[in-house]
Design a protein around this ligand. Sequence first.
Ligand SMILES: CC(C)(COP(=O)(O)OP(=O)(O)OC[C@H]1O[C@@H](n2cnc3c(N)ncnc32)[C@H](O)[C@@H]1OP(=O)(O)O)[C@@H](O)C(=O)NCCC(=O)NCCS
Length: 212
Amino acid sequence: MRHPQYRANMSSLDAASSKVMRLGEFLEGSRTRLRLVELSDCGPRYLSWLRDPEVNRYLETRWQLQTEESIRSFVEAMQADPWSYLFCIIDRQDGRHVGNVKLGPVSPRHLCADVSYFIGERSCWGRGLASEAIGLATDFGFRFLGLNRVQAGVYGSNLGSVKALERNGFRAEGCWRRQLRSGQEWEDHLWFGLLREEWQAWQAAVRRLEPA
Ligand SMILES: CC(C)(COP(=O)(O)OP(=O)(O)OC[C@H]1O[C@@H](n2cnc3c(N)ncnc32)[C@H](O)[C@@H]1OP(=O)(O)O)[C@@H](O)C(=O)NCCC(=O)NCCS
């Protein structure tokens, strides 16, 4: 994986110098690549994803009417925030932007961060893209930001999301019963976490399973 020159110890970073990954640099996987979202990505396709009820069913963005302007404002805020990394997920099959994964907010004091994601192109669901993108963003957090922990919250019925986290070694840590509303239903809010040493052990185990 190619990467920018990150200093490993986040505690020595100040906010202004932490976001040194320049636009156009990639985190590379076999199915996907990640790069920071740019304003030029905020077009009708991105908007159509956030307005698609099947895609936004589990996204908090659904509570506000999304427009190209609201998406641009969000991306501008992410670009200005030194503690959030909003990546495009690029499908390596055809080079298209198919969704996003966000690492952040990063806590520079506690060295932890949330990860959140969606694949907006429904035709791409089930191809392992989210699993890989979560892994790339998580690896970026541990290896280049020096994080100790990455965490994610999931609606209880979102089985694809749960599986994508579990495929990266995330462990279920808690459940807030009926904390979330989805349509007319109440949903449990599941909380997953992954520690740095668990990620290293997971990566080593995956490497052992790979054909030589
Ligand atoms: C949830 C989501 C991110 C999964 O993305 P994806 O690229 O299809 O996921 P993957 O292909 O990596 O699949 C991961 C696993 O989940 C399974 N899976 C995917 N969608 C599923 C579904 N709807 N129901 C059950 N299992 C599902 C896959 O078969 C795979 O299982 P495996 O590990 O046994 O092979 C995608 O459906 C999505 O963006 N949904 C809308 C937004 C959203 O829910 N975001 C997450 C908020 S927490």
